[in-house]
Design a protein around this ligand. Structure first.
Ligand code: HEM
Length: 574
């Protein structure tokens, strides 16, 4: 008899090895947490389902919280990265609040954030775990969210950029002859125009809106579509070079968000000539501005005067002078750490606030009653400006309490879902809602699902932590009947004196995250939103746009942005 060839044995062994490898590579669920059963039968896990949803809608976050609904559980696990461990998705406000605010020794800054943003700001506190280095970086930027800086420096710059926007829209409305026009780019330019001088100091040469305005002075007329519902296409001026470089860097992050290997995806992008130039431009700009701020501070010290803060870099430099002195070391003004904090500030402030403003334009156009009431409240509160026939000043807007305006702003932030989740990494083996969470698991705390826009899941108190139960009543909850709709009144309550006032704790919202690692720029975002919203509603009536331009479809990039942002502004009547 002929002996069996050893090749058969090798082939058999290889098949068994491949099968074992395949079994080993299949997604491994965390015991006790619901998951999609089909996901663990495929090496790709939940990726095909996610990709299909993104292909259809351009949104990721809505797919995530939809899995909680589908699996009927406030906590689920998803296999959203091939060969990676599952992430856990929680949609329940009390639990999210507990994790973000109180369970900070168990959950810290997510590795996902570091992977995604590490390519542009590897030394910013944004990507760091909450440790001594993080605290050192926070000290540098501590003064920028102080009331004095926000009122005296930030608000006037936002106001000035807002006035440029109004002028630009006046020109665009003139050319549009009642047609709707795309507004998102103008809003993104305006937030850039406001954050730029806040960070780098007054710089009229670098203003997007002024570049647009210069262009519009030369445009006498454009072709108007015959269909009254069709939008008009208007010309667009390019961004000033240096602003374009910063935008290139900022938007390079988007490629990472969608990649299963974000760090590698970003490294590859950084090898392209455009990004190489953009990073060079950014380094030159930041180093030059730091040098100027150091010179200003030194000159003041030489003259025996207190250094004046004109922008965020001044404040950072002065703080570093003081810290170095206290710690008996040389100042590190030109370090990568300080440079990344400066860029991180521009990045953190840009797309987020602009996105919320674009949503605001849609909500106000589609809720004429809210818009009219807001305009009336603003005119009543800023009666002096109204009597003088001028827009309220930056100082008037910051210092005047207007409860209805605050309610509108809060409802815009709630409904915009500009950032729809907060992400944390479990730094120890722990539990959430009675389920075991292994160390290293990424936990997504959703702000867009049940508990926020649809009725919450019923959860037995025995599954909650003591700290969660103790804080249960600190924030109210929404009426099930209207939690999905835009309604600023939900933020208004009657106080002990029988007056209506704004209550920031009326119900759940997670747009800015919460706790020590919640949005550091939140106070600045409110300054920007209040200034811009007041100026826009003061000057213009935003008329409703045709149905085809009014969809609420979004796209998840750096933020949750509307796909359609058109406006039809008409000068408000007095
Ligand atoms: C509507 C506007 C904004 C929204 C919706 C928003 C949202 C967020 C969210 C969701 C986070 C993560 C929170 C968490 O993980 O719990 C965050 C972090 C952060 N945001 Fe904002 N943000 C906005 C505006 C701003 C502005 C204007 C700045 C700066 C001026 C800023 C600077 C930051 C920084 C530095 C962090 C990191 C904080 C940390 O790591 O500890 N943001 N923001």
């Amino acid at each position: 008899m002929q002996e069996a060839s050893p090749y058969f044995a090798y082939a058999g062994g290889a098949i068994v090895a491949l099968y074992l490898l395949y079994r080993w590579a299949l997604p491994k669920p965390i015991p006790g947490i619901p998951y999609n059963p089909e996901a663990i039968r495929s090496l790709l896990g939940d990726v095909p389902s996610m990709v299909q949803h993104v292909g259809k809608t351009q949104e990721v976050h809505s797919w995530m919280s939809a899995q909680n609904v589908k699996l009927k559980s406030p906590i689920v696990q998803l296999f959203n990265r091939p060969f990676g461990r599952p992430c856990v998705v929680v949609t329940d406000f009390p639990e999210a609040q507990d994790i973000l605010v109180r369970r900070t020794k168990e959950f810290d800054r997510s590795k996902f954030i570091a992977d995604v943003s590490g390519g542009i700001v590897p030394e910013s506190h944004f990507v760091m775990q909450t440790n001594d280095k993080f605290r050192k970086h926070r000290k540098w930027i501590q003064g920028i969210m102080a009331t004095g800086f926000l009122q005296d420096i930030a608000a006037p710059f936002v106001h000035a950029a807002g006035l440029d926007l109004l002028q630009l829209w006046e020109e665009k409305a003139r050319l549009s002859k009642g047609h709707a026009f795309a507004a998102a780019n103008d809003v993104y330019c305006t937030t850039m125009d406001s954050i730029w001088p806040i960070v780098f100091g007054k710089d009229p040469a670098n203003s997007n809106s002024k570049a647009q305005l210069r262009l519009y002075l030369t445009v006498k007329e454009v072709d108007v579509p015959s269909d009254p519902d069709a939008p008009i296409t208007l010309p667009k001026a390019p961004h000033p070079d240096i602003m374009q470089s910063i935008l290139n860097i900022m938007h390079s992050v988007e490629a990472c968000i969608k990649s299963p290997v974000p760090a590698l995806a970003h490294w590859m992008l950084r090898q392209t000539p455009t990004l190489k130039k953009s990073f060079r431009d950014k380094d030159e700009l930041i180093q030059k501005e730091i040098r100027r701020a150091v010179d200003r501070a030194m000159a003041a010290s030489k003259d025996g005067k207190e250094a004046q803060v004109q922008c965020a870099i001044d404040d950072i430099v002065i703080r570093e002078f003081q810290l170095a002195d206290k710690e008996n070391r040389s100042p590190e003004f030109f370090s990568r750490g300080i440079s990344d904090e400066i860029l991180g500030f521009v990045v953190g402030a840009q797309d987020t606030t602009a996105t919320s403003v674009t949503w605001a334009l849609k909500y106000l156009a589609d809720h004429q009653d809210v818009q009219t009431k807001l305009r009336n409240e603003l005119r009543k509160a800023h009666s002096e400006a109204a009597a003088d026939g001028r827009a309220p000043s930056a100082a008037e807007i910051t210092t005047t309490i207007i409860h209805y305006r605050d309610a509108v702003v809060e409802e815009i932030f709630r409904c915009s879902l500009t950032e729809a989740s907060s992400v944390r990494t479990a730094v120890v083996d722990t539990q959430v809602l009675g389920c075991f969470i292994p160390k290293g698991t990424e936990v997504f705390l959703m702000g867009n699902g049940p508990g926020f826009f649809s009725p919450e899941f019923e959860i037995d108190d025995s599954l909650r932590t003591k700290s969660s139960l103790e804080s249960k009543d600190k924030v109210g909850s929404w009426e099930h009947s209207d939690m999905a709709i835009f309604n600023p009144d939900r933020w208004l309550v009657t106080n002990a004196a029988g007056q209506t006032e704004f209550d920031a704790a009326a119900g759940p919202m997670l747009t800015f995250g919460l706790g020590e690692r919640g949005c550091y720029g939140r106070r600045m975002a409110y300054v920007q939103m209040k200034q811009l919203l007041t100026l826009i509603v003061w000057k213009f009536e935003l008329h409703k746009c045709p149905e085809a331009l009014s969809s609420y479809a979004a796209t998840d990039k750096m933020a949750h942005m509307p796909q359609f942002c058109y406006i039809r502004p008409v000068k408000a009547k007095w």
